[in-house]
Design a protein around this ligand. Structure first.
Ligand SMILES: NC(=O)c1ccc[n+]([C@@H]2O[C@H](COP(=O)([O-])OP(=O)(O)OC[C@H]3O[C@@H](n4cnc5c(N)ncnc54)[C@H](OP(=O)(O)O)[C@@H]3O)[C@@H](O)[C@H]2O)c1
Length: 487
């Protein structure tokens, strides 16, 4: 492992993401000896904390949210690496103070001035922070690298994303900008490429001749919790579809790579996202459904007349020769029946004369003959394959059977948390699991187009019951009643 010295600065060091994900990820890395010897983390927030108080706040969070067992000794040695500085990042003058603090601290540790900035603040602060960066803390001042990790959503639409990108590019070269989509750090997302390309049984079938439709579901059973202010300005399309769902789609459907390097992976995904359109020939209302759960308007920090969607379902086409005529169904929502993220590949029914001959010869009834491949991303990771068998003891019935692979059961280890992988990559300068600007630009182009058409259509927001699978109108986008949502 190549481990540069690193001073990590978390803007938003007191927030939900820092407490629930980032600090537990760093603690896990400490336990797994994945942190550089000279590694420190400096939290930045407006709240007043002394270092001891900040460490106290984090120890409770790490004990609760780390996926590893709580080890007081390991915590103690990790805690000595943590500092805190109270500062308002909207105030340009504060950046001089933060800069001096980071430099002094790094000098004290006799470490190289490699700074990893992490923006774990609300997206409305990205632009002011980007502007304040220019000058004091960007590249080219002191020896050492400067890298910046930026949370999603990167912009609210294409125009704001472009402004943001321009502002960050004024202080950092693109190779030092790490746009986070934590789904890219998830084990099973990387596994999709392996399953496709390293198994002879799948890649030859991965096209319009054998696949009927592809479904991508990211369902959450929680509501918006304490994040009403953020969520009400964002909604499901911008919060989830623009990033996680389109990335899952891109990895599932991209063209095979001639070699696995960062540039080729990115360009293959970009080409795929650029080839996406609403389903051709359909009206927008039968290719896109937005919904809101009952009770959303009473949530804290939500406008009482809010029209923000908490659910969205889409039917998209991938306009490449490989995928002509294959619908890609996407759905995501809050307060749904079950928490799950998965990709379901539904293969075409066998139609050949041979199959009919067998069915006739054996006097088997022709039920629906389904082959499904389910790639389970969370909560449990794994793969399931559904195929058809004759029911034992029955002369006439074909029934589905399933092969189910559970990843943690097979390997008896928990996959590293996505944020662990991403922070480790950023320290090592590996950008292959981050969204490139081109991916972000093309995904916002699609989302803007979808919103524009939807508003020009009915613009309807369909109410749904909490703990259901969303508005029933979402069924109407599934082709001809032959398809159902798989969950
Ligand atoms: N939470 C998640 O599960 C999650 C998941 C994926 C992505 N994200 C993304 O992560 C980012 C942070 O989300 P979050 O849920 O952690 O938000 P949050 O709980 O509201 O935390 C915001 C943080 O920003 C700090 N802050 C706000 N205004 C500031 C200012 N003017 N100067 C300095 N610090 C300021 C707050 O600290 P003070 O109050 O002390 O100022 C707090 O530490 C967002 O972009 C979100 O989209 C979050």
């Amino acid at each position: 492992l190549h481990k540069d010295d690193c001073t990590m600065v978390i803007f938003g060091g007191t927030g939900d993401l820092a407490r629930r994900k980032l600090m537990p990820a760093l603690y896990n890395m400490q336990l797994e000896d994945k942190l550089p010897d000279k590694f420190s983390v400096i939290g930045v927030g407006r709240k007043e904390h002394n270092t001891a108080g900040y460490r106290e706040l984090l120890s409770a969070a790490v004990a609760e949210f780390s996926t590893q067992t709580w080890d007081p000794d390991a915590w103690h040695s990790f805690a000595t690496r943590i500092q805190y500085i109270s500062s308002d990042v909207e105030d340009p003058a504060s950046f001089q103070v933060i800069k001096t603090f980071i430099q002094d601290h790094t000098n004290q540790k006799e470490a190289v001035h490699n700074y990893l900035y992490y923006l774990a603040v609300g997206p409305h602060l990205f632009l002011p922070i980007a502007k304040n960066f220019s000058g004091p803390m960007s590249e080219g001042e002191l020896e050492g690298w400067r890298r910046i990790m930026i949370e999603k959503p990167f912009g609210q639409d294409l125009a704001t994303a472009r402004d943001l990108n321009k502002a960050f590019c004024a202080s950092f070269s693109d190779r030092n900008i790490y746009r986070v989509d934590h789904y890219l750090g998830k084990e099973m997302l990387q596994n999709i490429m392996v399953v496709r390309f390293v198994n002879t049984v799948f890649e030859p079938l991965w096209n319009k001749d054998y696949i009927d439709n592809v479904q991508i579901t990211v369902a959450e059973n929680d509501g918006i919790g304490i994040r009403g202010d953020y969520y009400d300005r964002t909604g499901a399309m911008r919060d989830m579809v623009q990033s996680h769902l389109l990335q899952m789609l891109a990895v599932t459907a991209m063209e095979p790579l001639r070699s696995i390097d960062e540039e080729r992976i990115v360009s293959s995904k970009v080409n795929l996202i650029r080839a996406l359109t609403p389903w051709p020939g359909d009206k927008i209302d039968t290719t896109m459904v937005l919904g809101q759960y009952r009770g959303y308007l009473e949530e804290k920090d939500v406008a009482t007349d809010s029209s923000t969607e908490t659910y969205s379902a889409l039917k998209l086409a991938v306009n490449t020769p490989r995928w002509q005529g294959v619908p890609f169904y996407l759905r995501t929502g809050k307060k749904l029946e079950e928490k799950q993220a998965r990709v379901t590949i539904q293969f075409k029914e066998p139609l050949s004369n041979d199959v009919n001959l067998i069915l006739n010869t054996l006097s088997l009834e022709k039920n629906r003959l389904l082959n499904l491949l389910v790639i389970k991303v969370q909560p449990q990771e794994g793969l399931a394959f559904q195929f058809n068998i004759k029911k034992p003891g029955s002369a006439i019935e074909i029934v589905p059977a399933e092969m189910d692979f559970c990843q943690p059961c097979a390997f008896l280890i928990n996959s590293p948390e996505a944020y662990e992988c991403l922070i480790e990559d950023a320290i090592q300068g590996d950008k292959s699991r981050f969204s490139s600007w081109n991916e972000i630009e093309s995904s916002w182009t699609l989302i803007d187009e979808l919103f524009k058409s939807y508003k020009a259509g009915s613009g309807k927001l369909n109410l749904y019951e909490p703990a259901s699978w969303g508005p029933r109108q979402a069924d109407s986008i599934l082709s001809g009643g032959k398809v159902r949502w798989w969950s």
